[in-house]
Design a protein around this ligand. Structure first.
Ligand code: ADP
Length: 162
């Protein structure tokens, strides 16, 4: 059974991401949730904060590890012996970017395969951007994120960072 990697920004992790983690953790012996430290984006949460929140959320999944990384995802996958990339597809609008990414990763590292999971309909509209927006305008985000993430968002708002 190959090791799988679920890469993303997770800024912050949503219940949609957790649904993908839960489902894919049943499909592979080992799942690495890889949190990208993307220098091109200015995230709300530092990579350390995002990793910490994900670790709390994944505590009940014994075969899931959470790690931060920078650089190319395929290099990080190779370093950790992961041969499958897991990605979630919310709507047809995700498809174009995701297929380009999958082909690029395969071209860069032919041993890598990408597996797409159709997101649960319940979370198909949800994105980290929506969560950040809603939290910024003081909306209740408990439907979208777990209590630890909700608390972290509140803290950022109080600090005037969100
Ligand atoms: P990225 O910056 O790589 O797009 P994200 O954290 O936004 O990072 O997403 C990581 C992965 O999770 C992507 O495959 C994305 O399609 C998927 N994803 C994002 N939101 C949801 C959701 N609501 N339900 C399921 N999968 C999702």
């Amino acid at each position: 059974m190959p090791t799988a990697m679920y890469p993303g920004s997770f800024d912050p992790v949503t219940r949609g991401h957790l649904d993908i983690i839960k489902r894919s953790s049943k499909m592979f012996d080992r799942l690495i949730v890889a949190v990208l430290n993307n220098s091109a984006k200015t995230p709300l949460f530092t990579v350390e904060e995002r990793v910490q929140m994900l670790k709390e959320c994944c505590a009940d999944f014994p075969n899931v590890e959470v790690m931060g990384f920078d650089g190319l995802t395929v290099n990080f996958a190779k370093k950790n012996h992961a041969t499958v990339m897991v990605r979630g597809l919310r709507a047809v609008t995700d498809f174009e970017d995701e297929i380009q990414l999958a082909h690029t990763n395969h071209a860069l590292m032919p041993g890598i395969e990408t597996v797409f999971l159709a997101t649960s309909i319940k979370w198909s509209y949800l994105s980290s951007t929506i969560v950040r927006e809603a939290a910024h305008y003081r909306h209740d985000v408990s439907k979208f994120v777990t209590p630890n993430v909700e608390a972290a968002l509140k803290k950022k708002i109080e600090e005037g960072k969100a």
